[in-house]
Structures are given as C-alpha cells and as structure tokens.
Design a protein around this ligand. Structure first.
Ligand code: GLU
Length: 293
C-alpha cells in the first residue's frame, strides 16, 4: 500500500476493553468498503488510553476478529497508549491559550453539585449525562496550588465559554460535512451543549475527545466513518480541530446494529460477540451477509 498523499484515508478505531460484536463488524466493514470504493487507505487504530479497562487479550482479539472477517489494514497499527507525548503537546497548546483548567472534583462531588443546583433533570449533555456545573472553573490560584501541593488528582477541562470566545475572530461559526446521519450535508457545530468537557482524564494526559482529534490529524485521516452514537461528539471534535488548527475530515456516522429488543449491542453480551459467534460455528461469510456485505 502506498502512502500517496492524494489517497483518502479511513480508519477503524476500536477500544480494547471488551470483545468486538456485530456492531463493530458492521463499522469495520462499512469503513473498509468506503475506503476500497474510492481507492483509499484503511487504517486500524487501537484506542487504549483507558489503561484500567484496556487488555492485551482484547487487543489481540481485535486483530483476530478483523482478520477472520477478511479485513486487511496497514501496519504499523497506531496504539494510543504509545503516543501520550502527542496528546501532551496538544494539551500544552490549549493550556498556553488559557483554555483549560484543572478540576479536582470527584464524580460524586459533581453529581451532588448538580443535584443541589437542581440541574440534574434539565441540563444534560448530548449523551444524557448531567452537565458539569463548573465547580473548578474560575478557581483561585491559591485553591489550585493548595490541591496540587496535596497531590490531589485532577482532570483538565476545556473552558467552553473561553474556547468559543477564542473563535470569535473567525466569526465563531464552525461546521462539518456529514454524509450519512440525518440531517446530512453541512452541519453547524454546536459544541456548547457539551459544557466544559474533559480534555485530560485524571490518570492520563488525554481524553477520548483529545486523542481522537489529535490522531485523526496526525494520521492524515480524511474520512471518519463511525457509529451514529458518536455523531454528537463530532461537535466537540470540530471545536478542538479549530483550536488546534487541524485539518477537518469528512464525517459519516452509520446506523447502529441493535439487539432484538432494539438496544445498542454491549461488549459484555456474549451472544453477539464475534468470537462466540465464530466458536458457535458461524462463518465470516454468514456474518458479512447478515450485515449486508
Ligand atoms: N474508540 C471508539 C469506540 O470504540 C471509537 C472512536 C471513533 O471512531 O471516533 O467506541
């Protein structure tokens, strides 16, 4: 495979924290087919910044399952856990612009603050989680230094209002092109609905949003094909691309494969995992047919 800069670049980016299921197979096959149809490259990226939940055996199972499905990807595979320096560099740029602040609050403190403010029922992010109530936004230097001196763990959050203001010189308007999800076409990005998102978790110098945005740019990804459950996150990714001056891929958020009850498949449900289907004697050809490939 050549790395001709003119060739479109697609990627499938699973997290090795469970077994791949039919939904992952659909996503990988959709992405590989889109790449093939336009003579593009197909990359595999292992999204393992969650050092607690990621497991080598799940990573190996990703390679085994995808090869079994008949997919081939370029080597070397990028493993996010080997690239924290890249995410640190992106973070440093955001910090340098004063757009990030440390948050020492625990999950339960955040939940309690939401309840106390009475916002739990109304102010939610697009994933349905209560919006961060800004506990550490605007905290004094003394309060932060005191916590740091104690060695208290902290996440880094994006100051959404400041980030949006930092874009006002560009008219403050950002958008992305969506190919599948409805409505499709050019979509105005509205990251404010996510509030002060986590940009670096307490244990690693990255969050999903930061790592995925940095990597798509670093790997020259031109087309992001992924499940509709990540459509809303694209609004945050567009903001980060703008703040970090990164190129903007085209997006295609495909339908999700649901179980018989109409629910999203779970990584812990044995019956739809590719490994168990394989062990039960289902062939890769059958899976492909079932998924429309
Ligand atoms: N690692 C993410 C997941 O497994 C997908 C990230 C992406 O495609 O942007 O859900």
């Amino acid at each position: 495979m050549t790395k001709d800069p003119a060739r479109p670049v697609f990627r499938f980016a699973p997290s090795p924290n469970g077994e791949l299921h039919l939904g992952h197979a659909f996503s990988a096959l959709t992405t590989a087919r889109a790449a093939r149809d336009c003579g593009g490259r197909f990359l595999l990226r292992i999204e393992d910044i969650d050092l607690v939940r990621s497991r080598p055996r799940f990573e190996q199972a990703i390679y085994d399952d995808l090869a079994w499905l008949g997919l081939a990807w370029e080597e070397p595979v990028r493993r996010q856990s080997e690239h924290f320096a890249d995410y640190r560099a992106a973070l440093a740029r955001l910090e340098g612009r004063g757009l990030v602040y440390p948050c020492f609050a625990s999950r339960s403190q955040i939940a309690a603050a939401c309840t106390a403010a009475g916002v739990a029922d109304c102010a939610c992010d697009p994933d349905g989680a209560p919006l961060y109530p800004g506990l550490w936004r605007g905290a004094s230097r003394d309060a932060i230094e005191e916590k740091m001196a104690e060695g208290a763990p902290y996440a880094l959050r994006l100051d959404m209002a400041k980030a949006l203001a930092a874009m006002s010189d560009r008219g403050g308007k950002i958008s992305f092109v969506e190919k599948i999800h409805q409505p499709c076409g050019e979509i105005a990005a509205d990251p404010a609905r996510w509030g002060d998102v986590v940009i670096a978790r307490k244990d690693v110098p990255a969050s999903y949003h930061l790592a995925v945005t940095a990597d798509d740019a670093l790997q020259g990804v031109t087309h992001v094909t992924r499940g509709a459950d990540l459509f809303e996150a694209t609004h945050v990714h567009r903001l980060l691309q703008e703040l970090l001056e990164l190129p903007v891929p085209v997006y295609a958020h495909h339908r999700l494969i649901l179980d018989e009850g109409g629910r999203k498949l779970s990584k812990s449900a044995r019956d739809t995992s590719l490994r168990s289907l394989r062990e039960d004697g289902v062939s890769a050809a059958e899976i492909r047919r079932r998924l429309g490939f």
